[in-house]
Write a protein that binds this ligand. Structure first.
Ligand SMILES: *Cc1c(COP(=O)(O)O)cnc(C)c1O
Length: 502
């Protein structure tokens, strides 16, 4: 099994090369040349396995250059009970007769990014060895919140890596900021950037193309690497939990092996829902993949019309991790649905870069119709959904998952499709206390960290331990730079003698 670039399928790579490199030289994304199929009966066989065992089974089909013993070690380190507060790692909860929630936020940062970012460092450091890369990885991340903290936790004290996270001073929640500023580890750095997410993101992009900086780093034995969601090492761990959730539904007696279910995913960069698509292609009986968006509804339009048009206003919403106008991982779907037509995909991406708009072929449109449905809702509907689901089902949704719930309801009403559905829940409601409290009817909100206790008092739910611990943590990083000065933050970090070189 090897990997190809979505923009040039003649270039072949091993899994290790794909993970080390992140992005193909001509800008394409690494994609498996063929997807492994799950042999029939294997989903049934897996019902009695632990999450870790299921993970090894699924990963093994994609990572030919890794051994089973090695994968077992990585998976046990990534998904241990010292890092996740639930034995099932990604538990499935039944909320009503036909709706099940896949909780992806039991990891150390309380958002679903942990599912991939806890494993990625293990895959990356092993890949450095396998690909015979002598330099060490300096990971740069621009974050609007969840990815930054997830990557910091994943890479902290991992040998041969350093990680530096930039976040927009005015673009993350108070709790998210505190999570990052108090980050532990000897190889980590955090720096605020004056401005919004775009400023931080474009600043990081400039660092990646700064030849002088690259040369300087190379001299000291470092190369720049990214932990963002286009890396294959981030998409793959997400396939695992869709396979695992289906096994759990069989195990709980909610379905029988072979029954179809729908899957609804709150979507931003299209990474999470792409993993569900791959699970479907491997043979998990998913029927419709329902793509849920907030007011930034570029994907709703694309999946219904085949026209991708990013020329539209950007909305800042209460589900900030979905405030995205260019969903990078969509490129992998286009590659699949065009049966590997790399020239076509490259053409779309070139037009997107130049004009911000493309329209796909009839063949791809048929593929979109067959596998996907889509919808969106605004902030008011998000709040109303959190309130109703809490009142009627005593289940507390975060703002992102509430978008998915709302879109699933719209889909059921529109189509009459009553197939059981799995909703991906991507964050703990305690990460977005202020919006959730408003949704529950609280008029007066506490300040900062006290919001945690306010939400806990209101609902009787415990504050997740990693968030509770923020109350006593020391701030370690308090630097804020103008975006022009991000390069000096990188240099300072590399020259700091406290940073491990190994
Ligand atoms: C990142 C994120 C999303 C979006 O996931 P994609 O893989 O980018 O589609 C949704 N919800 C939360 C809470 C997130 O952190």
């Amino acid at each position: 099994m090897y990997y190809v670039s979505t923009r040039d399928r003649n270039l072949k790579y091993t899994a290790a090369q794909a993970i080390v490199q992140g992005l193909s030289r001509e800008g394409g994304l690494f994609t498996p040349a063929v997807l492994p199929r799950l042999p029939s009966g294997v989903l049934n066989d897996m019902t009695n396995m632990s999450y870790q065992q299921r993970a090894v089974y699924v990963l093994n089909g994609f990572l030919e250059d890794f051994g089973v013993m090695e994968l077992t070690r990585f998976v046990e380190a990534a998904y241990g009970t010292s890092r996740f507060d639930h034995l099932d790692i990604a538990p499935v909860r039944q909320v009503d007769d036909s709706t099940h929630i896949l909780e992806l936020w039991h990891g150390p940062t309380c958002a679903f990014k942990d599912m991939a970012l806890q494993l990625l460092p293990h895959l990356l450091t092993a890949s450095l060895r396998k690909a015979d890369e002598k330099k060490n990885a300096c990971i740069l991340v621009a974050t609007s919140g969840d990815t930054g903290k997830g990557a910091l936790e994943g890479f902290r004290d991992v040998s041969r890596t350093k990680i530096l996270v930039f976040y927009p001073k005015d673009g993350v929640s108070e709790i998210q900021e505190l999570q990052m500023k108090t980050q532990a580890g000897n190889n980590v750095g955090v720096c605020a950037v004056e401005g919004n997410f775009d400023d931080a993101q474009s600043g990081v992009k400039r660092l990646f193309s700064d030849e002088e900086l690259r040369a300087e780093l190379a001299e000291q034995g470092w190369f720049l690497s990214s932990a963002n969601s286009i890396n294959w090492g981030r998409v793959l761990p997400q396939v695992v939990y869709y396979v695992s959730a289906y096994c759990d539904l069989i195990k709980n007696g909610a379905i029988r092996n072979g029954d179809s279910i729908n899957v609804c995913v709150p979507t931003g960069n299209f990474g999470n829902i792409l993993a569900a698509f791959y699970a479907k292609q491997m043979g998990v009986p998913f029927q419709k993949l329902i793509c849920a968006s907030n007011a930034n509804n570029v994907l709703t339009e694309f999946l219904s019309t085949g026209v991708y048009d990013r020329n539209r206003p950007f909305h800042q919403t209460m589900s900030p991790s979905m405030d995205i106008l260019i969903s990078s991982n969509l490129e992998r779907l286009l590659y699949s649905l065009s049966f590997g037509n790399d020239k076509l995909v490259k053409g779309y991406m070139d037009i997107l870069a130049e004009h911000g708009r493309y329209e796909v072929t009839e063949e791809i449109k048929r593929g979109l119709d067959k596998h996907f449905a889509a919808g969106f809702c605004d902030d008011a509907a998000t709040l109303a959904t959190i309130g109703t689901v809490w009142k009627e089902r005593e289940y507390l949704l975060d703002t992102h998952t509430a978008v998915a719930w709302n879109v699933l309801e719209q889909y059921r009403e529109r189509t009459g499709d009553s197939t059981p559905a799995l909703v991906a829940s991507t964050a703990s409601p305690f990460k977005f206390c202020d919006s959730v409290l408003v949704a529950l009817g609280e008029a007066k909100l506490a300040k900062g960290i006290d919001l945690l206790d306010q939400l806990s008092g209101k609902t009787g739910l415990p504050v997740p331990a990693p968030l509770n611990a923020l109350k006593t943590k020391q701030v370690r990083f308090d630097q804020c730079v103008a975006k022009e000065h991000m390069v000096s933050a990188v240099r300072n970090m590399l020259l700091d003698p406290n940073f491990k070189k190994e």
